[in-house]
Write a protein of this length. Structure first.
Length: 310
């Protein structure tokens, strides 16, 4: 029995059994229809079926652990690079699955020094790693294998991943659209701390905040070292400093009740004031991980992606 006929055979057996039970007889036709549809949808489709590909992406002498959810169909599919936060406990892979079902390839990777990827973690390295991931997807042989369109890549980042998204999109004019989910303006936060008191106090406060996030999955870094790095780059890493570079892009800015909404809303306002007429803002009443609003978050992201120019 081939793979295609097995679901139909099992559905027929189940239907015969249920038909003998009066309370199920009325819904038998609907059950048969659903079983047939399920069998057709799950049937193999040669080399164009949905899949998951794993790889290691080169970045400055290290190989980053990565995977791509490849959408079904011949493509070429538009693609999303999904950027995780600090340290990356919420990976948003449910969104990746939803985006794949909507026809998007989705790349997820771990920055150098995070979650088993070799190397040392730093914010500078994360920015470089994002650029390396973009360069990887744009290689003709990679794009062909993954059935993706290298001219239609969208960056979507959660928390610190939102910071990486802003930095990456600002440095790459070919990125026409980006989305932020509870984005952390790391440079802006550090700049505020530096402006409100002595530098040692600001460094201590930022270091303590980073340590509280949990750094066990990160290698080759310390809270103090990361705080000093932010202080050294605060002025050039703020979201406000990237408005001019991003004012002609399409943006989705999603916020929650996690304390990060105000800076994100200020960034959205800055883009609009600079002339950007393609900024969508969505607020969901939930925590930083969108724990009880995952479906709503998915709907917001998918609706925005669907509205992007082809």
């Amino acid at each position: 029995m081939n793979n295609y006929s097995k679901p139909l055979f099992l559905a027929a057996c189940l239907s015969a059994c249920l038909a003998s039970i009066p309370c199920y007889a009325g819904g038998l036709q609907a059950a048969r229809s659903h079983a047939a549809t399920t069998a057709l949808l799950s049937a193999p489709n040669g080399s164009n079926r949905a899949s998951m590909e794993t790889m290691q992406i080169p970045s400055h002498g290290a190989l980053m652990n990565a995977l791509v959810y490849v959408a079904a169909g011949a493509g070429p599919h538009p693609a999303v690079i999904l950027l995780h936060g600090f340290p990356g406990n919420e990976r948003n892979l449910d969104l990746a699955q939803d985006m794949r079902r909507a026809g998007w390839d989705v790349l997820y990777f771990n920055y150098r020094g995070s979650w088993g990827t070799p190397g040392d973690f730093s914010f500078s390295h994360g920015i470089e790693d994002t650029a390396a991931a973009l360069a990887y997807l744009r290689q003709p042989d990679v794009a062909k294998k993954l059935r993706l369109d290298p001219t239609r890549i969208v960056l979507i980042g959660h928390s610190m991943g939102g910071f990486m998204t802003v930095q990456g999109a600002a440095a790459d004019p070919a990125i026409k659209a980006f989305a932020l989910i509870s984005a952390a303006d790391m440079g802006g936060a550090m700049q505020q701390m530096l402006a409100s008191g002595p530098k040692p106090d600001a460094l201590h406060k930022m270091s303590a905040g980073l340590a509280n996030e949990g750094m066990a999955p990160l290698n080759g870094c310390t809270p103090d070292g990361l705080a000093r790095e932010l202080a050294d780059h605060a002025a050039t890493w703020t979201f406000s400093s990237k408005v001019d570079a991003l004012k002609n892009r399409t943006a989705l800015i999603v916020t929650s009740d996690d304390g990060l909404a105000k800076p994100a809303e200020s960034f959205a306002a800055g883009l609009r004031n600079a002339g950007d007429t393609h900024v969508t803002s969505v607020h969901l009443p939930t925590d930083h991980a969108y724990s009880d609003q995952r479906i709503e978050l998915s709907h917001a992201v998918l609706a925005w992606l669907a509205a992007l120019p082809k």
